[in-house]
Design a protein around this ligand. Structure first.
Ligand SMILES: [Zn+2]
Length: 175
């Protein structure tokens, strides 16, 4: 287990679409998941995608403030979205910035656990929905700033001074 170096914009790995995992028996998959969890905790995120620490594999981890344990999601895909809302979002790969962007109200997603067993989210809402979209975007090579509707919606933040999202914690919206 190890904290790995965070990749920041404009590192091209953040713009690469990650590759699906096919071999769940590969021991390096578990090592990657452990490193993702350690790194997510070290950098204080609620989620982290593999390309943010330089791996091209379609793996991410999510741990919301209320979660007792992190969840590792392999081959995460959003299958359906419903509604639209405005959220405040930040990203560990763009430190010092936050933005108001549109996200879905409800998200359906599928993934697999480290054991290859299916994990499904049906109509996820709030911070979970946001985190699923944010991490899935990373795995597709997208960043939250791609959704900016106006330059005014992007602003600088100083550590400890992040604007609170609606009932969604604080800087914890970063992943
Ligand atoms: Zn991010």
């Amino acid at each position: 287990m190890a904290v790995r170096r965070m990749r920041y914009i404009p590192d091209p790995v953040l713009r690469e679409r990650t590759r699906k995992v096919r071999d769940f028996g590969d021991s390096s998959l578990r090592k990657l998941a452990d490193d993702l969890i350690d790194s997510m905790r070290h950098y204080n995120g609620v989620g982290l995608a593999a390309n943010q620490i330089g791996s091209p594999r379609r793996v991410c981890v999510i741990q919301l403030p209320e979660d007792e344990a992190p969840t590792t999601l392999v081959n995460l895909e959003i299958t359906r979205k419903e509604g639209e809302r405005e959220v405040v979002e930040g990203c560990l790969s763009l430190p010092g910035w936050q933005a108001r962007i549109p996200r879905a109200e409800k998200v359906w997603a599928r993934a697999a656990g480290l054991d290859g067993k299916p994990i499904r989210y049906k109509g996820a809402t709030d911070l979970l929905a946001q985190a699923l979209e944010h991490e899935c975007d990373h795995l597709d090579g997208k960043l939250y700033v791609d959704y900016l509707r106006s330059q005014d919606d992007l602003y600088e933040v100083t550590p400890g001074d992040e604007e609170e999202g609606e009932g969604e914690g604080d800087a914890s919206a970063e992943g």
